[in-house]
Design a protein around this ligand. Structure first.
Ligand SMILES: *Cc1c(COP(=O)(O)O)cnc(C)c1O
Length: 248
């Protein structure tokens, strides 16, 4: 049986190979561990493995994890707080966020990567401003237009991102998407390319607050190679590291 360390290393190696194939520098692409349903002990073990693997590569940046539900995030937060405070760990919120969970979420996240509507962004911004904090956020885009997925429509994404970037209390760092759920690689790739186009459009706009909106958080266990080929700067891996999750 491969250990957690073996599986994190294998995911990292897939990213490196995909980057080289695409003519990119592997260090441009970060691995985020998608830790939903994993208990705090498993998350910590994976974070330590990822830290070791990064150190072996001469990468002294933070390790990234992503959680989907505020309740889970808050439950694991005490075990992760020291690493976050030391700048060793970034916690990304990658799931759909309800307004009534904003206050619970805020103390535990580094990046809110699932902004998909302006009223939500305004509510988060207001609380951040009140707390004297600036929160890194990404705009989530539904590039496949599948009704089961969250995210702004690609046609609305530029306007949303520009509006979000202008809000005090928020710092727009980029864009996030979940790829199309299909075995048609061309379709999956086209969706990732669409996110990159949105990003490039927003950067080119020169609108206030958009200058740092470079990140493309896209690609998961089954499609990370396609995402890296289309410019992903962060790929989010769950199953390939932790195994299949129990059905929800
Ligand atoms: C679960 C999840 C992932 C990881 O997906 P895997 O297929 O398990 O690698 C990535 N991003 C989001 C938003 C997720 O919910």
């Amino acid at each position: 049986m491969p250990t957690l360390h073996d599986r994190v290393l294998a995911a990292r190696t897939r990213i490196d190979d995909a980057a080289r194939t695409a003519g990119r520098d592997p260090s441009e692409v970060r691995l985020l561990l998608a830790t939903k349903t994993q208990d705090a002990g498993t998350v910590l073990e994976a974070v330590l493995a990822a830290t070791e693997i990064a150190a072996d590569r001469g990468d002294d940046g933070a390790v990234l994890i992503g959680e989907n539900r505020v309740q889970e995030l808050v439950a694991k937060a005490p075990d992760l707080a020291d690493l976050v405070a030391a700048g060793r760990l970034e916690v990304h919120m990658i799931g759909n966020l309800q307004r009534n969970k904003i206050n619970q979420m805020l103390p535990t996240v580094t990046v809110l990567a699932s902004i998909d509507r302006l009223p939500l962004a305004e509510a988060v911004a207001q609380r951040c401003t009140r707390a004297g904090r600036v929160l890194d956020v990404m705009v989530q885009v539904n590039v496949s237009a599948e009704s089961s997925k969250s995210g702004a429509a690609p046609s609305d994404a530029t306007a949303l991102a520009t509006a979000v970037a202008a809000l005090d209390g928020l710092h727009l760092t980029g864009f996030m998407t979940v790829g199309a759920n299909t075995s048609d690689e061309a379709e999956v790739r086209a969706g990732f390319a669409r996110l990159r186009e949105v990003r490039d459009e927003v950067l080119a706009s020169g609108a206030p607050g958009t200058r740092d909106a470079r990140e493309l958080s896209m690609g998961m266990s089954t499609d990370l190679e396609l995402a890296v080929a289309e410019g992903a700067t962060t790929v989010r891996v769950g199953t390939a590291v932790f195994g299949e999750r129990p059905a929800a």
